[in-house]
Design a protein around this ligand. Structure first.
Ligand SMILES: C[S@@+](CC[C@H](N)C(=O)[O-])C[C@H]1O[C@@H](n2cnc3c(N)ncnc32)[C@H](O)[C@@H]1O
Length: 512
């Protein structure tokens, strides 16, 4: 990748626009099966579909920049009529060999809730068939998409993307941030980010440097980071890929980020990160991450999505680095042994992966600080209904708003609120055959994190009546009259669950 040339970038943009190079057009053109195969990093079905589409401009662009296919000079000219194949080669976008012309980088449209952008990154292993280079600049992958889907899209003044790589997160947040600062240790990554900013007509303040150093003393309303969190054995001879490996021992980099990010967060600021954390022998699965939250000085919420044992972890990251037992058994065994030895040296029994949200509470003038920070660490596995449908970040935002409101409400005050059941909540009742009373009642959230909550009949009755008119106390009085219990006994039994349901967005507090 060479530094962006303004003329070339403009011409490229115009070619994309004229061709209608978009996610929708690609899906329409390539078809659902090839698109699904692409999601599994298999390009062959998509190459076949794109070739069958002949000289259709999006098909030609896809073959060049998405699928690693070879085009004739005439086809490359047809794909890039304004830029031209020769200028594209000079700009480092195409490379030529005896067989024809191919894309030198991956360049694809990315959809966001605020519109689409184009993203350039290095070609991945699926298109080149080779292990990636040490200084590989990552395109949009599963982790990048996840962080983008989690990022709270609330208008902010200043936002930071730490470890920006291609700039994908920075471009994702640019529509709702007045200023975006994006940092990276790797100059090569910043060249891609600069190219992508120019291609999309977005202003990014790009800075080279490690971790929080380039922004020391500054404040941000939003910090996002998909950091190089992979735990890699040191002094092992294994390739240290800049995109995944920050050069520190164990999970120190993620710890340092979690415990240090408060320094750059403005009041009410949110930091959203992905990470890995080790579980050490004799400790509970969340002890270390709990300690990091405590040391952050912030409100914090960790959702562990996966856990791998040391061997599974080693296999995943060896394969990610292009080392497989079929390609090179000796390298596979050396690398595998190095990973196991590294984990053993620290007594690591498992490695967790998940989402970390940190929040600096905004304490209104004159209000007392909460007695202690709000911390929540949980495991949420399986498919999330809000993923890929735009429903994850609203669920994160709802929880942050609810926990701030709830911390200021005593039980009596909460009971005086008229709550509303979220429209995506359904209730399931399971009966023993022939029984008139349900054995199990489950409240199920249809969007967001897809929470399910076991409810007894009192809680189900209260939730079922929360239509925004009656307060929880009034509803409890009605339930008490029907069941022969005291109103306060009903309230005592349901209020802890009501708090949980509000925190998770199944019940909503009235808007102020
Ligand atoms: C996993 S990639 C994330 C790229 C992109 N933000 C995304 O979401 O796809 C991590 C990025 O962190 C950068 N990086 C590595 N070590 C770093 C450090 N010590 N400080 C800042 N960035 C670093 C890498 O160069 C890489 O671009």
């Amino acid at each position: 990748m060479v530094e962006p040339d303004v003329q070339a970038v403009r011409a490229l943009r115009a070619d994309f626009t004229d061709a209608g190079y978009s996610v929708d057009r690609l899906t329409e053109l390539l078809g659902p099966v090839p698109m699904a195969a692409l999601g599994r990093e298999q390009v062959l079905p998509a190459v076949q579909s794109a070739r069958a589409a002949g000289s259709e401009p999006t098909a030609l662009l896809a073959r060049l920049f998405l699928l690693g296919d070879i085009l004739t000079p005439a086809e490359a000219e047809a794909a890039l009529p304004r830029l031209g194949a020769e200028q594209a080669q000079r700009a480092g976008l195409l490379s030529a060999d005896v067989h024809g012309l191919r894309g030198a980088i991956d360049l694809r449209p990315i959809d966001t809730p605020d519109g689409a952008f184009y993203l350039a990154a290095d070609l991945g292993e699926a298109t080149t068939g080779r292990a990636v280079e040490r200084d590989h600049v990552l395109g949009v992958g599963g982790a990048s998409r996840t962080l983008a889907e989690l990022t709270v899209r609330r208008p902010v003044h200043r936002a930071l993307d730490l470890g920006t790589g291609s700039g994908v997160q920075a471009l994702n947040i640019a529509p709702f941030a007045d200023q975006v600062v994006a940092t990276d240790l790797a100059a090569r990554a910043l060249t891609f980010a600069r190219f992508n900013a120019a291609l999309n007509g977005v202003e990014l303040d790009l800075r080279e440097g490690s971790m929080l150093e380039p922004v020391a003393g500054e404040r941000f309303d939003l910090v996002v980071s998909n950091p190089p969190f992979v735990i890699t054995p040191r002094e092992s001879g294994l390739t240290e890929y800049t995109y995944r490996d920050g050069g520190r021992r164990g999970d120190d980099l993620v710890r340092d980020l979690i415990t240090g990010v408060a320094d750059v967060l403005a009041p009410a600021g949110i930091a959203q990160l992905l990470g890995n954390w080790e579980v050490h022998e004799g400790e509970g699965p969340f002890d270390r991450i709990q300690q990091w939250l405590a040391d952050s000085g912030l409100d914090g919420w960790v959702i562990q999505r996966e856990s791998a044992d040391p061997a599974e972890y080693a296999e995943t990251w060896l394969r990610d680095g292009g080392i497989t037992p079929d390609r090179d058994r000796a390298a596979w065994e050396r690398g595998y042994a190095a990973w196991l030895a590294d984990f053993e040296a620290r007594g690591v029994t498992a490695v967790g992966f998940g989402y970390v949200t940190l929040h600096k509470p905004n304490i209104p003038d004159g209000a007392a600080s909460p007695p202690q920070p709000w911390h929540r660490v949980e495991e949420v596995t399986g498919t999330l209904p809000g993923a890929h449908t735009g429903g994850l970040w609203p669920a994160v935002e709802a929880t942050l708003t609810a926990k701030d409101a709830l911390v200021r409400l005593t039980d009596t005050e909460l009971a005086d609120h008229a709550l509303t059941v979220s429209p995506d909540v359904t209730e399931e009742r399971h009966y023993r055959p022939g029984s008139a009373d349900p054995e199990v009642i489950v409240l199920r959230q249809g969007g967001g994190f897809g929470r399910t909550v076991r409810a007894d009949t009192a809680l189900a009755a209260v939730v079922g009546t929360c239509d925004g008119d009656l307060t929880v106390a009034q509803i409890a009085a009605g339930v008490a009259a029907l069941t022969g219990l005291e109103r306060d006994a009903v309230l005592d039994s349901v209020l802890p669950d009501v708090r949980g349901l509000v925190t998770d967005g199944l019940l909503r507090l009235p808007r102020r």
